[in-house]
Write a protein that binds this ligand. Sequence first.
Ligand SMILES: CCCCCCCCCC(=O)SCCNC(=O)CCNC(=O)[C@H](O)C(C)(C)COP(=O)(O)OP(=O)(O)OC[C@H]1O[C@@H](n2cnc3c(N)ncnc32)[C@H](O)[C@@H]1OP(=O)(O)O
Length: 194
Amino acid sequence: MSGSSAALQPPADAVKPVRHPDAPAPGELLGAHYGGCFGCGGDQPHGLHLEARAGEGVRITAEFTVQAAHQGAPGLAHGGVLATALDETLGSLNWLLRTVAVTGRLETDFLRPVPVGTTLHLEAEVVAVAGRKIYSTATGRVGGPDGPVAVRADALFVEVKIDHFAQHGRPQEIRAAMEDPDQMRRARAFEVNP
Ligand SMILES: CCCCCCCCCC(=O)SCCNC(=O)CCNC(=O)[C@H](O)C(C)(C)COP(=O)(O)OP(=O)(O)OC[C@H]1O[C@@H](n2cnc3c(N)ncnc32)[C@H](O)[C@@H]1OP(=O)(O)O
């Protein structure tokens, strides 16, 4: 069974998303937006180390291989970890819009168990934008990019000002991210236009 709630149906005045002219080219690896990110960062030993790649239009593909540290039931991925993979992939879409946004709502369907060692092939797309609200959808397939769908999600991201992170984040991590010598990563840690 699947189908998102009314809160995730774009309103009548929603518009089609527009890919930013400076968005990475289709096929380009995005790399981690922040080393400490549990979804994509290289500094998290038990993180997902998810690798996202720009697609055509406002689409992203990504891969994540389930490790032993990601188990819920014996030998199977934890549902929360799979939701994280979907959330991270959906979050990466905002880099194609060059919009700073956070997840407001994430609705997930778990359709098949995902064993440890499996590579999840993720695909996500922005479907509509209404003011600060960004509506997007994602699937995660097993056995290859055309394999059966194991997980899927619909989401609403809400655009925020950069102050959101300074206001709510812990000062030491904010400071460290701001001091990253890599200008692109510094910008992307908070999804700011470089
Ligand atoms: C390249 C990589 C990029 C980064 C990857 C990131 C990884 C994945 C992303 C995340 O996990 S982000 C972390 C998890 N999310 C959060 O921590 C967000 C916590 N929530 C908030 O900070 C605020 O609730 C939020 C900014 C989402 C909204 O608060 P605001 O006060 O700014 O807005 P407001 O509540 O007025 O809502 C704005 C609109 O969104 C709607 N909205 C907000 N939350 C909603 C919700 N949960 N469900 C449905 N609609 C929602 C709300 O109804 C309203 O609609 P209208 O404009 O039509 O009135």
